[in-house]
Design a protein around this ligand. Sequence first.
Ligand SMILES: NC(=O)c1ccc[n+]([C@@H]2O[C@H](COP(=O)([O-])OP(=O)(O)OC[C@H]3O[C@@H](n4cnc5c(N)ncnc54)[C@H](O)[C@@H]3O)[C@@H](O)[C@H]2O)c1
Length: 265
Amino acid sequence: MNAMPAYIGFTDIAGLKWAGGNLGERKKRHMPYCSSLIMLVNPAINNFIAVLDGSYITNARTGAQTAVALKYLYADGSNERKSIRLGLYGAGMQGHMQTLAISKRFEIMELRVYDIDKKALAKFKEDMSGVVSGRIILCDSPQEAAQGDAIICVTQANTQFLKDEWVSPGTIVFPMGSYQEADDALLLNAGEIVVDHIDQTLHRGALSRLVERGLLNEKGITCTIGDVVAGKVTLIRNPDKKRFVSKLVLVQWILPAQTRFTRQR
Ligand SMILES: NC(=O)c1ccc[n+]([C@@H]2O[C@H](COP(=O)([O-])OP(=O)(O)OC[C@H]3O[C@@H](n4cnc5c(N)ncnc54)[C@H](O)[C@@H]3O)[C@@H](O)[C@H]2O)c1
C-alpha cells in the first residue's frame, strides 16, 4: 500500500490517499487488483471532511491521463475527433478505463489487444465492442499487439515484454504499469521522454530502474506534459523517432475527489 498526501493551493484542499495493487490472496478471492481509500481535509480548520472510495477515481484518472496526453502529443492540442489505432497490453480494469477515456476524444479505428489471460481478452472484446468504432483484434502473441499510433501497457508484469524492435518510429508509447514493461532499448532510444512529474518519475514506475543503474537522469527527460499543455514547450514530432510518455503522478487524485465530494454534499 502507498500513502499519498497531497495539497492543492488554488482550491485549498488537502488529503491522503491510500492505494495499492496486489495479486496473491486478492486474486484468489476474485477481487480487483487495485484498492484505495481517500480522506479529504479542510486545511483551514484541520478537520477531516470526507472519506471516499478511491478505486474508481484512481482508475478513471489513470485512463484520462493517457487521453489528455494523446490530445497534446498525437492531435497537437486540437479538439478535432481524430481517428487513432491502438496497441494495448492488459485487458483488465485499466485496459477498459484507458479505452473508454480515449474513446471520448478519439475515434478508435483499430485496437489490438494482448493479455496472458484469454478469459480477460474475451471479456474485453464483449465489453468494449460498443466503445471501439473499428475492429478489436485479440492477439495470440505480444508482438502482434505492438502496432498503432499509440501503444499502452497496463499490466502488472514485472518483465520487460515490449521490445524496441517491435515498435515502429512515430509511435507514442505509454508504459503505465507499476513496473518496467518496455525494454531498456525502447526507453533509451526514444526521441522524447515526456513525464507528468520529473522527481517522481526518477524514483517510481517505468524509468526508475534505468535511473538506479545510472543509465538515465533528469537531463534525459524532455519535458512534462504540463509544460506542453501550458504552451511552455512545443514538441516537433519526428516521424523517425518513438515517443515515450511515463505517467504515474500520485497527487492527481485530489481534485476529482474534491469535485465528487462537493457534488454529493
Ligand atoms: N499509473 C497509475 O497511476 C496506475 C493506476 C492504476 C493502475 N496502475 C497499474 O496498471 C496495471 C494494471 O492494473 P489493473 O487494475 O488494470 O489490473 P488488472 O488485474 O485489472 O489487469 C491487468 C491485466 O494484465 C494482464 N497481464 C499480466 N501480465 C501480462 C503480460 N505480461 N502481458 C499481457 N498481459 C498481462 C493480466 O492478465 C490482467 O488481465 C498495474 O501495474 C497497476 O499498478 C497504474
